[in-house]
Design a protein around this ligand. Structure first.
Ligand code: SF4
Length: 637
């Protein structure tokens, strides 16, 4: 361990960061002194991946060792979880059926001594879309979980009463959660982490309990595995929380190689201006960037520029306005997360964020420009355990329905034009399924249809579009439309980063990017960092050191392509096909931004061809054979 600290000492800026982060994380086991971060020994890819099976109906546990073959083909995290879901879920099962699997999965990289290693994956069939859902969260839960000796948990069944899972070095235990049921996210985490000292808890709030179809699983208070309703699936199983307390080792294969590679990265990072900006501003540098490129979603995607955010185009303004301090996930010297303050008598607390996606969806897209209001909406969503992005998409849809006269005030109980702060009341109603919240909890397609205008919900496969307006960038529209999980921003990256600007490469870029990120999500590496400086060679190199298996950028891309195709096959079995690779009519037909629409009808055939799929978006037998997915494709194509 001292070797690592000495190496950090060579880099004054990172030493300062480590001190700062160590102070911020002072109540959390220190990754640099915990015995759980030894560089000795080896596990993932060399011995086995250990998964805990929990049948919530019977309360029985079983351990499972994942085969080397599956690790080789699917790596971990998102890939391995998709493989398990594919094999075990009946194709058309309802997301709230007890047989729907809820899978927590770490990757070989999770909780290791490197940086950006905090993330875990949650996979299930989504209540919001009926498609596969793959959500990620950082913080400290993932590493703490891996230190228990397990790499994944597969839940099935439904507990007869509210329970939580406590998992420690001694093993798993289901405990009564009757007294926790009904508590919000913050109170639940607080109680569990007091009850089991030094543990970290991943929990649901009222929205998950009430089966809101975009309820999140929350850890470290404000970290969310969000979007399509992993929290609602957890609620449907009467599972309030998973508390982890591990003190074991997270081992890697090549200690010296890994240590050297991480140190080199830090040295290179010292003078990297782009890295500095990401560290200083987190995602707060993005409203200015999005406004400048006319990609800032505003007024339910009627616009791609939000004038009230012009004042935030210099991110230092946001820092002065709301930042309390920076925060970091486990073992991360970067600390991109920002803690903000809320000067509201009702909510005088501070909270993490808001991230740019939240600023857009509950902010500009709802016509709300005041940063403290946005913080408040963010706080409420986190407290209630609801995905900020989909919730924002729901509220902005309701606002447009109201302004157009389709949604009467009597149904709401209050006016709700864009920018109206009655949205705070609405957030609580949704989480508790009260009043119109009962209908809105069911998602945008159902809600829009009830008022005769499903097209006013700006969603893809039923999931709200994230922050970036796709009319400004064709590749973005293609990425959104073809995403296996619906309107997600983390399954491919924005196509305007350096070196990826040429429209001629949009189709090629989209395919490669989706595949590469599927591999990175299986590693698992933090999303903030891997689409930048850890792209390609470095990710392959780091995974090689961690697992002892040799990876190359091309090999990872091929592995990601296998995962992407497996997710596609799952969706096809669930009835989601090429006809669902589309965008809302507003994006395809109304030139709202730069006088453009997304030419999806031109891009989609090119994309299918590049993927080796037929013109209906079905993977061909040849492609599945190339990806060693013939067995999985049998009976589907
Ligand atoms: S870069 Fe940010 S999100 Fe990623 S691990 Fe570090 S603090 Fe967490």
């Amino acid at each position: 361990m001292s070797v690592i600290v000495q190496s950090f000492e060579q880099s004054p800026s990172f030493t300062d960061d480590l001190r700062r982060i160590a102070y911020q994380n002072r109540n959390i086991p220190n990754p640099f002194i915990s015995r759980g971060n030894s560089f000795d020994g080896q596990r993932w890819g060399l011995e086995f991946v250990k998964v805990l099976r929990v049948d919530l109906t019977t309360g029985r546990f079983a351990d499972q060792e994942i085969s080397k073959e599956d690790c080789r083909k699917f790596l971990g995290g998102r890939g391995l979880a998709a493989k398990i879901l594919y094999e075990e879920n009946k194709p058309r099962i309802d997301a709230f059926d007890p047989e729907n699997r809820l899978i927590f999965m770490a990757g070989p990289y999770t909780g290791t001594q490197g940086s950006f290693t905090a993330f875990y994956n949650v996979t299930t069939k989504a209540p919001l879309t009926g498609a596969i859902l793959s959500a990620h969260s950082g913080g400290h839960w993932g590493p703490m979980f891996r230190k228990t000796g397990y790499d994944g948990i597969v839940f099935k069944g439904k507990s007869p009463k509210p329970v939580y899972l406590l998992i420690t070095d001694k093993g798993p235990e289901l405990k009564d959660a009757s007294d926790l049921w009904g508590r919000d996210v913050f109170k639940t985490i607080d109680e569990l982490e007091k009850r089991h000292e030094r543990s970290k808890a991943a929990v649901i709030g009222p929205a998950g309990e009430k089966l809101v179809r975009y309820a999140s699983i929350m850890n470290d208070m404000n970290r969310a595995a969000g979007r399509g309703g992993v929290g609602a699936v957890m609620g449907s199983k009467n599972l309030k929380a998973v508390a982890a307390l591990g003190t074991g080792q997270v081992n890697i294969a090549d200690v010296e190689g890994f240590r050297k590679a991480v140190m080199e990265f830090y040295q290179e990072g010292r003078d990297n201006g782009e890295l500095y900006k990401r560290r200083r501003y987190g995602t707060w540098g993005l409203p200015g960037r999005a406004n400048a490129s006319k990609t800032q979603a505003a007024f339910n995607f009627k616009e791609g520029y939000f004038a009230e955010f012009a004042k935030y185009e210099d991110p230092e303004v946001i820092i002065d306005l709301i930042r309390v301090r920076d925060e970091a996930c486990f073992s991360c010297p970067f600390g991109c997360s920002k803690r903000s303050r809320i000067n509201d008598p009702e909510y005088p607390l501070t909270a993490k964020g808001p991230e740019h996606e939240t600023m857009a969806l509950v902010g500009s897209n709802c016509g709300l420009g005041d940063m403290e209001d946005i913080c408040r909406a963010n706080y409420l969503c986190n407290e209630l355990g609801m995905d900020t992005i989909t919730t924002g998409a729901m509220v902005s849809c309701a606002m447009e329905l109201f302004e157009e006269g389709y949604l009467p005030e009597k149904d709401l109980g209050f006016p709700l034009e864009f920018g109206n702060k009655n949205m705070f009341k609405l957030l609580k109603q949704i989480a508790h399924r009260e009043g119109i919240g009962e209908l809105m909890a069911q998602g945008g397609v159902t809600f829009g249809a009830k008022y005769g205008h499903p097209e006013l919900f700006m969603g893809i496969k039923g999931m709200g579009i994230p922050a970036w307006h796709p009319q400004a960038l064709d590749a973005l529209g293609l990425q959104y439309a073809t995403c296996n999980t619906g309107g997600a921003h983390t399954k491919s990256t924005m196509p305007f980063y350096e070196g990826r600007k040429d429209p001629a490469y949009f189709v090629e870029f989209t395919k490669k990017d989706q595949d590469y990120l599927a591999a990175a999500d299986s590693g698992i590496l933090c999303w903030i960092i891997y689409h930048g400086p850890l792209w390609g060679e470095k990710l392959a190199e780091w995974l090689t050191y961690v697992t002892g298996t040799t990876y190359t950028p091309e090999g990872l891309e091929a592995l990601g392509e296998r995962i992407w195709n497996l997710e596609r096959l799952f969706n096809m079995k669930a009835g989601i096909t090429g006809k669902d690779d589309t965008l809302p009519p507003r994006i395809l037909k109304e030139p709202r931004v730069k006088n453009r629409v997304v030419v999806l009808d031109k891009l989609l055939p090119e994309y299918y061809e590049r993927r080796g799929w037929d013109q209906n978006g079905v993977p061909t037998r040849e492609k599945l054979k190339e990806l060693a997915l013939e067995k999985e494709g049998a009976g589907v194509i």
